[in-house]
Design a protein around this ligand. Structure first.
Ligand SMILES: Nc1ncnc2c1ncn2[C@@H]1O[C@H](COP(=O)(O)OP(=O)(O)OP(=O)(O)O)[C@@H](O)[C@H]1O
Length: 257
């Protein structure tokens, strides 16, 4: 099974007392195992809705989603979710925050706790394991959130603007750390971002979405000449800015020129 995520004919309509909103219309795509794919597009084009459907948090009005060949019918340990905010519990230590997913699953064995400590070590956080979130910087807290997401060993990670609240330097460092970690662990990831450069630097493929109704407008495969071991290096490749401009135009970037 090479397909990590299969989205088939997904349509999502939100109905409120005032109106019905066609948030997503007939979306179809496949993410292969180990791939890093980004969803970019203007506000309201259905990016978060798509992640919520893949995560099993909402059932699509029409269509199906499979994760590793299994129909998604609710939240599953196969899928990990990382958000813009770290949502760490202030009264729990870093180790206890990082372990909470395992604890909630009732699977926090001694062996798993060692694995969490190992992940904290990989993220440069081991010496802070007994600290509380308020004692850490925003970038460090987001690294704890990444450890918490990886601790349950999900097959696919859904990343909803996880770098957008960070300062620029921290954001670039964390992008490198995430890619390095996910590639080493051969994880599949779907990133939602408003940052075209970030999407190009991190992804294998990019879907540009369009709004009203939310749909896939265009797919970009990142060419070999732009790929690099780490996103920071990809930003320096010749061809990076040409691709940026191509995507910007599809984004409607030149609409007011
Ligand atoms: N719970 C809801 N009830 C009603 N309408 C909703 C709900 N959630 C989202 N929508 C609508 O569905 C559309 C898609 O929203 P969604 O949040 O998925 O877009 P997005 O691309 O993630 O936007 P942003 O970039 O601003 O986060 C929007 O028109 C939004 O107003």
């Amino acid at each position: 099974m090479n397909e990590a995520v299969t989205v088939a004919d997904v349509t999502q309509v939100y109905v409120t007392e005032q109106q019905a909103t066609l948030a997503i219309q007939q979306m179809n795509f496949v993410i292969r195992r180990g791939e890093f794919v980004s969803l970019i597009g203007p506000s309201g084009c259905g990016k978060t809705t798509m992640l919520s459907i893949i995560a099993g948090l909402i059932a699509p009005t029409v269509g199906t989603v499979k994760v590793a060949g299994e129909l998604v019918s609710g939240p599953s340990p196969r899928v990990g979710y990382m958000l813009q905010q770290d949502y760490l519990f202030p009264w729990r230590t870093i180790l206890d925050n990082a372990s909470i997913g395992l604890e909630l699953q009732g699977s926090l064995t001694g062996e798993k706790k060692q694995a969490v400590l190992h992940l904290l070590d990989e993220m440069g956080l081991l010496r802070f394991k007994d600290y509380y979130p308020s004692q850490l910087s925003g970038g460090m807290r987001q690294r704890v959130a990444l450890v918490r997401t990886l601790a349950t060993d999900p097959e696919i990670l859904l990343l909803d603007e996880p770098f957008s609240a960070l300062d620029y330097r921290t954001k670039l460092q964390l992008e490198d750390l995430v890619i390095d970690t996910l590639r080493a662990k051969q994880k599949t990831a779907l990133l939602v971002t408003h940052d075209i450069s970030e999407a190009i630097a991190m992804s294998d493929r990019i879907f540009v979405l369009a709004p009203n109704p939310g749909r896939i407008h265009k797919e970009f495969v990142i060419p070999e000449e732009i790929r690099a071991p780490l996103p920071f290096e990809a930003r320096e490749k010749p061809g990076f800015h040409t691709l940026f401009r191509d995507i910007w135009q599809e984004f409607g970037g030149d609409a007011d020129e």
